[in-house]
Design a protein around this ligand. Sequence first.
Ligand SMILES: [Fe+2]
Length: 194
Amino acid sequence: MIYKNVDIQETIDLINNHGKRVGILAFDLSKQLDLPDKYWFLNYIAGRWHDFGKIAIPFYILNKPTRLSIHECEIMKKHPTYSYALLNLCGFGMYVKKAILYHHEDYCGTGYPYGLAKENIPLSSRILRICDIYDALTEDRVYRDKLSYHMALSIMDKDCNNGKLDYHIYSVFKTMMRSRTVNTYSQIYRTGSW
Ligand SMILES: [Fe+2]
């Protein structure tokens, strides 16, 4: 694989488009989970802005085509906290801010920034976690080509079996992705444009 040089505008576009797609998935998944409809939109907003804090991460770390060092990983792991702080400044509500702050927490407690587990992680963050992983796996990254739908789900199956994902939410997610007919915003999701 040939790694292309990515400029600042492209980096912002990648974060932006990833956020839009995660937001759309979070909206649809919230609907499939039978949450009250106000949460469909709130989870869309949370997905839309979950990685906003990456604009505070050094450019060379975001676009490093090889494995991050331990120190670089620690810096990268600060992005949920930065997202929270930025959205706080913008006046976002607590539901969305908490969803974003915990979007890298794993169901089994191995995630970051706080190592929360199970129901201690807000439902909205558990939804975002699944939508975020799926979209990250199925988009091109500087360090690898995008994976197919089947490949992504097979990796996520292993994550789920290892306790990393909320089993119930992931089951509903898989059913939703298989049906391919329920996505209110499926057209936007496919095109990646808003
Ligand atoms: Fe993230």
